[in-house]
Design a protein around this ligand. Structure first.
Ligand SMILES: [Zn+2]
Length: 215
């Protein structure tokens, strides 16, 4: 699709915005890229599929805005992430509150998961160990199941990339880190905040391409 055609389409179908709603652009990118699962690449025409949220709902605060970004993925991939996402959400809430009993008002989804699953509570409890700090206070050291956190991070990265660029990114990342911000060196913090310079333009007609035209 030529740039002028994409521009014309954007003007024909302007994005609609509503309060409490995520701004959405219709994805006009190459149809051939929409035929496969963004996580494993399997054909979606012969597989059962689900809508997968990007970002994962466990990373959001309720009430959720309308129009959350979703992508179509194979059901097998979607199901394979759910336990890891549940663990990720429970771990984050426990770190933030210092307890495996987070307030249901602040963390309703996580509180439901932890109340339902004794196994999940045990896993999270095992991840935290209490020790005295230099001033005699108690601090909690957390050692999560890093592979589970990384699967959720990678799943979200692939979901975001596919949703925005219309290009699947099923290859393995060259670099990935899952580190508390407080542990980042000054150089890593500065890299983290820096906007990456794209090597290539996003797919013509993709949401990211249209965002570029709107800014
Ligand atoms: Zn898949």
């Amino acid at each position: 699709m030529a740039r002028a055609d994409a521009l014309a389409l954007v003007h024909l179908f302007p994005p609609r915005e509503a309060p409490g709603s995520v701004r959405q652009f219709t994805n006009f990118s190459d149809l051939r890229n929409k035929g496969g699962c963004a996580h494993c690449g399997a054909s979606l025409t012969s597989a059962e599929t689900n809508r997968d949220h990007a970002p994962s709902k466990v990373l959001l605060v309720e009430p959720y805005p309308e129009n959350l970004p979703t992508i179509e993925v194979c059901r097998e991939c979607n199901a394979s992430f759910s336990r890891d996402e549940e663990y990720f959400g429970a771990f984050l809430a426990s770190v933030l509150t210092g307890s495996v009993n987070p307030d249901p008002k602040d963390f309703p989804r996580v509180a439901r998961s932890l109340a339902r699953s004794g196994g999940l509570r045990k896993r999270i409890e095992r991840a935290g160990s209490r020790q005295l700090d230099l001033w005699g206070g108690v601090e909690i050291l957390w050692e999560p199941e890093l592979d589970r956190l990384e699967r959720v991070v990678l799943k979200n990265a692939r979901g975001h990339a596919f949703f925005e660029t219309g290009e699947p990114a099923t290859n393995q990342p060259t670099h990935m880190a899952c580190v508390p911000i407080a542990r980042l060196s000054e150089a890593d913090w500065s890299n983290f905040q820096e906007l990456p310079v794209p090597q290539v333009w996003p797919e013509v007609g993709s949401r990211m391409f249209q965002r570029g035209l709107h800014t």
